[in-house]
Every structure is written in structure tokens, then in C-alpha cells.
Ligand binder design. Structure first.
Ligand code: ADP
Length: 572
């Protein structure tokens, strides 16, 4: 596996892990908020239910405290009868309470709804009970205790019975706690939710979780224990610690399964109790799994998209690269072609030089021989003391040396590889230079040159243009070799922008079928020395000046070569 692939896999893995972790965090946070909200709503619902029930029983006990039957039962002057017991029994059945009974001011039961049952309270003394003492003191109380005989958990609603402005007794309505716990209508709305109604000592009085009932949600202090023992609220029963402690969140073990709950606590309006509502927090639930799935899908699609784009970009870069390399190849080929063309030009020049060399030899040898003769004569004149004549000889020698220098310089520049150097050049000057170079050959062939120097400029590279002219002059010489009249006419014409130069010879002319081929490279009709490059190179050179070179036969006989050139640099 390549390093690039490993890095890519690592990056994608990190992105996946980070996205998953974020999804889990956000979902868990949202679910915690939802659980808190649920706990609040259900806590309010349950506390409202309990408050309404408590209020109802308070109203019942209040109306009982003012009933005639109750007052009669406390009247010591009246003989005891069972009318009150029956009345209380009727009220117990109608209200749904478990027991309804009446205590005198000593705490002894004087009438009770269970008078006819084996566990009848009649004659029992409950002066130690909180609900009795509180009602005597404050006229009204709600208490929770374990029934002495039934040992059932119950809420006691007590109310002082006032007769002639004095407390004459206490009427008590006892309701089993299980009645509230079993109220289907109230509990249906909580389903998964657990609740616990706790007193001020955090002892669970009521709960839908059975094991929590009569346990304590916070460690009990010794004075609290002593006080409980004294009031016999829970009789001799020891209050064990609950399986969880009450904090913001609770870790609760239910059937050995650890679960975390969100807790809402609401104080009851009617009694000094608090209602704890516990909503479970399910960390791994359907929502989380679904969200993780969606996140994973989105990321995979994203990764696929990124990969697709990367491939596209790589393809585009490849295309750019190949375009660039193609352009480079074209440039390289062009350079090679240019070099090849340069080489051809030089080859052609050399060929021309080859053709010229014989005449050049003659042209240089002639002044050299002349110079030797003049030097020998000068020596003799000096020996005789004829210095004036010797000096004029030396001047002639100097002229001859200058001429040889000029020929050598032209040949050198002709054969050299030079940069293209365009400039407005005097046409007459260039023709003169070309005639000087071609002069020995023209002389050798015995060609007569007819020429009026024109007063115009042409936009050319002077050395290359000179080479073209030398080539045309050389061709003309060869074409006129066997002619009786050997005349070379050089004529120039011009308009505002262009110059038209004609080079007309009195040769045999160009064969009709060759007119279209003479500018092709290597086309030659010459058996010796002919390379067939001169005209094709000349045409290229003229066209590189943005001019034209064409050829046709002159009506008077012979060939005519036409060159058109710009006078100045052309404006594009
Ligand atoms: P080369 O001179 O080596 O043959 P060129 O390209 O200079 O190559 O000329 C090609 C041919 O064009 C010559 O072989 C000749 O047949 C023809 N040509 C050139 N100049 C003339 C001319 N002035 N008169 C007649 N034919 C000519």
C-alpha cells in the first residue's frame, strides 16, 4: 500500500471517528434534555394527582368533623350508640378510605368504621400518633404511618372536632398508600418512569418500585432514628438505606441492571413531602443508532464525492501536463526545424561559395600578381632614387589590398550564421554589395550589368537580402553562359509602401514545365555544382521579410525574377 493511500485512509478514519463521537455527544445531550423535560412534566402530573387526592380526603375529614353524628358521639351525656360507627362505615365505603375513626381528647377511639370487624379499633388509644397530636395542636394534619394492626402503609388525614369552641376530639380518615400506587389512571401516564414520595427524612413512603418502599434515600442520623422510634411511625420496622442515593442523577440497580435516571423533585402543596420522578436515560437507543447510521451514510457519500473530485482534478492536471508537454514538443521541433533550416542555408551558401571560389581565386590572384609586380617595380624605383613614382606604386598597392580585404569580408559575412536583424536598408547599397561579391563571376562570364541605383529603402535583414541577390546574379550568369548577348538588368519601382525589384537576364529562360518547381528544395537542372537550394532558400528569406519572390519568362526572352518588399517596418 502506498504512503499516500495510508495517509488518505487515516484521514478518512479520523473524520469518521470524530463525526461519530460528535453525533453521539449531541444525541446524548439532546436526550438528556428530553429526559429532564419528561421528568418535569410527569412529576408535575403525579404531584398534581397526589395533591388532588390529599385535598379530597382533607375535605372529607373536614366535613366529617362538622357532622352531627360525630358531634353526638363525643357528647358524654348521651348514651353510646352504634349510629356513629355505621355513619363512619358508610363514609369509609363512599370515600374509598380504608378506615375512618373518631378519637376523644385522650386519643381513645370512640367510634370507628371497622367496629364490626375483628381488628376493630374501638377502645384503642392512638394518643402517641403524630396525626392525633398535630390535630389537637393545629386542628388539622396529614401523617404517614404503618397501621398497628394491618401493618400497611397509610396516610392519615386528621381534623380536630370543635364543639362549643373547644377541641372535643379528632376525626381520622386513613387511606392505604397502595391505593395511590395502584391508581391506574395516574400511573399509565408514567410508564417507564419511576417515582418515590419521600418525607422530610427522605424515607420513601410511596413508590411504584416496590423494593424502594420504606427505605431511606439518605443516611439517617441517630436523632432521626430516635425520633422515629418514639413516634412509632414505622412501628419497630428498621428503615434500610435505598439501593441508590438521591443526587442530580441516579445510578439505580434494578434486577442487577445498572441504569441511569434523570430526577425531577417536586414539593407537594398539601403535605411536607417531596415527589421524585425518575426518567431513565437510554444511551443506546433507536434514535442514536439511526443517527449514527445517517451520519455514516452522509460521510460515505461525502468521501465518495471527494474521491470523485480528486480523480477529476488529477485528470485535469494530467491533461494540462500533456498539453504543456505537447507544446514543449512543438517548440522543440520548431527549434530543430529552424536549426535544420539554418544548416541548409549554410550548405547553400557554401555551395554558392564553391561556385564562386574559382572566380574569387582569379579575383584575388590577379591583384596579388599585380601587387608583386608593383612591389618589384617600386624596389627598382627606390634604388634609382625615383621616390615619387615609387610612392604612386605604393598607393596602387594599397588600393589592391583594400579590394582583397573587401572580397574576403563579404565572403566571410556570407558564410557566417547570423541572427535575423531587420532594418530599413538602402536598396542601392545592398545591390552594390551583392554586385561586389558576384562581381568576379559576372566578369568571368562577361556579363554586362544595366543598373540605375534606386533611391529607396527596403525592410530587410541586409546580409540575408544580399545573399538572395548574389544567388540570383549567380543563377543569371549560369543561364546566360552560352548566350551571345549577356545582359543583366536590375530595375526598381516603388509605391507608397512597397518596392518592386526585377532582375532580368538574357538567358535561355526557365523551361515551361519547371516554372512551378524551381522554388522547391533540391530542384536543379544543373548537372555539376547544382544543389537546387538557392531559390527555395531565397524565397524563404524574402517571405521572412513579409515580401514575395516569383519568377517568369520575360516577353523579350530570358528569365525575370520579381521581388516585392516593404519600404519600412509593416504596421500590423
Ligand atoms: P541550383 O542553381 O543549384 O540549380 P537554384 O534553386 O538556384 O539551384 O535554381 C534551381 C533551378 O532553377 C536551376 O537549376 C535552373 O534550372 C532554374 N533557374 C534558376 N535561375 C534561372 C535563370 N536565371 N534562368 C533560367 N533558369 C533558372
Amino acid at each position: 500500500m502506498s504512503n499516500k493511500l495510508v495517509i488518505k485512509l487515516l484521514v478518512y478514519s479520523v473524520v469518521l471517528v470524530v463525526a461519530m463521537v460528535l453525533t453521539v455527544q449531541v444525541t446524548v445531550q439532546q436526550q438528556a434534555q428530553r429526559a429532564h423535560q419528561q421528568a418535569r412534566v410527569q412529576g408535575a402530573h403525579l404531584s398534581d394527582y397526589i395533591d388532588r387526592q390529599f385535598s379530597r380526603y382533607q375535605r372529607i375529614v373536614d366535613s366529617l368533623s362538622r357532622s352531627k353524628a360525630v358531634h353526638q358521639a363525643l357528647d358524654i351525656k348521651r348514651a353510646a350508640s352504634q349510629d356513629t360507627d355505621r355513619y363512619l362505615h358508610d363514609m369509609q365505603l363512599a370515600s374509598g378510605a380504608s378506615d375512618v375513626y373518631l378519637l376523644n381528647t385522650s386519643g381513645t377511639v370512640v367510634a370507628t368504621s371497622n367496629w364490626h370487624l375483628p381488628y376493630s379499633y374501638k377502645g384503642n388509644n392512638f394518643a402517641f400518633r403524630g396525626y392525633f397530636r398535630d390535630a389537637m395542636r393545629h386542628h388539622s394534619a396529614i401523617d404517614f404511618a404503618l397501621g398497628q394492626r394491618s401493618r400497611k402503609r397509610g396516610f392519615y388525614f386528621s381534623q380536630a372536632v370543635i364543639v362549643a369552641g373547644e377541641v372535643a376530639g379528632v376525626i381520622v380518615v386513613k387511606v392505604n398508600a397502595s391505593q395511590f400506587e395502584a391508581d391506574k389512571a395516574a400511573l399509565d401516564s408514567v410508564q417507564d418512569t419511576l417515582f418515590a414520595l419521600v418525607d422530610e427524612n427522605h424515607v420513601v413512603l410511596m413508590s411504584n418500585a416496590e423494593p424502594w418502599r420504606l427505605t431511606s434515600l439518605s443516611p439517617m442520623t441517630t436523632p432521626q432514628r430516635q425520633q422515629l422510634k418514639q413516634s412509632q411511625q414505622f412501628l419497630e420496622r428498621t428503615i434500610a438505606p435505598a439501593p441508590w442515593q438521591w443526587q442530580g442523577q441516579a445510578q439505580v440497580y434494578i434486577a442487577k441492571r445498572k441504569r441511569t435516571f434523570v430526577i425531577d423533585d417536586t414539593a407537594l402543596a398539601r403535605a411536607p413531602y417531596q415527589l421524585l420522578t425518575l426518567v431513565p436515560r437510554n444511551y443506546l437507543n433507536e434514535t442514536l443508532v439511526a443517527r449514527l447510521g445517517v451520519t455514516l451514510m452522509c460521510l460515505l457519500v461525502l468521501i465518495a464525492l471527494v474521491e470523485y473530485l480528486l480523480v477529476k482534478v488529477a485528470g485535469y492536471r494530467q491533461l494540462l501536463y500533456s498539453e504543456r508537454s505537447l507544446a514543449e514538443q512543438v517548440k522543440q521541433r520548431s527549434q530543430e526545424l529552424e536549426q535544420a533550416q539554418d544548416a541548409l542555408v549554410r550548405t547553400a551558401k557554401l555551395a554558392t561559395i564553391g561556385q564562386l571560389s574559382a572566380s574569387v581565386n582569379h579575383e584575388i590572384n590577379q591583384p596579388l600578381s599585380a601587387m608583386s609586380a608593383y612591389i618589384a617595380a617600386s624596389k627598382r624605383l627606390i634604388a634609382r632614387g625615383q621616390y615619387d613614382k615609387a610612392l604612386s606604386n605604393l598607393q596602387l598597392i594599397e588600393q589592391l589590398v583594400n579590394r582583397v580585404h573587401a572580397i574576403a569580408a563579404q565572403l566571410k559575412s556570407f558564410s557566417q550564421k547570423r541572427e535575423h536583424k531587420m532594418q530599413a536598408t538602402s536598396l542601392a547599397q545592398t545591390i552594390d554589395n551583392a554586385l561586389l561579391v558576384a562581381g568576379p563571376q559576372l566578369k568571368e562570364y562577361g556579363v554586362e550589368v544595366c543598373y540605375h541605383p534606386p533611391n529607396v529603402t527596403v525592410w530587410v535583414d541586409p546580409y540575408q537580402f544580399e545573399q538572395v541577390l548574389v544567388n540570383l546574379f549567380a543563377n543569371a550568369c549560369q543561364a546566360m553562359e552560352k548566350q551571345a548577348v549577356k545582359r543583366l538588368r536590375i530595375e526598381a519601382d516603388s509605391d507608397d509602401e512597397n518596392v518592386y525589384l526585377s532582375i532580368i537576364d538574357t538567358g535561355s529562360g526557365i523551361e515551361h514545365h519547371a516554372l512551378s518547381s524551381i522554388f522547391e528544395p533540391f530542384y536543379t537542372t544543373k548537372s555539376e555544382h547544382g544543389l537546387g537550394l538557392g531559390l527555395s532558400i531565397s524565397k524563404q528569406i524574402i517571405e521572412s521579410f513579409q515580401g514575395t519572390l516569383s519568377a517568369h519568362n520575360h516577353p523579350d526572352g530570358g528569365a525575370e525574377f520579381l521581388i516585392s518588399l516593404h519600404q519600412q517596418e509593416p504596421q500590423i
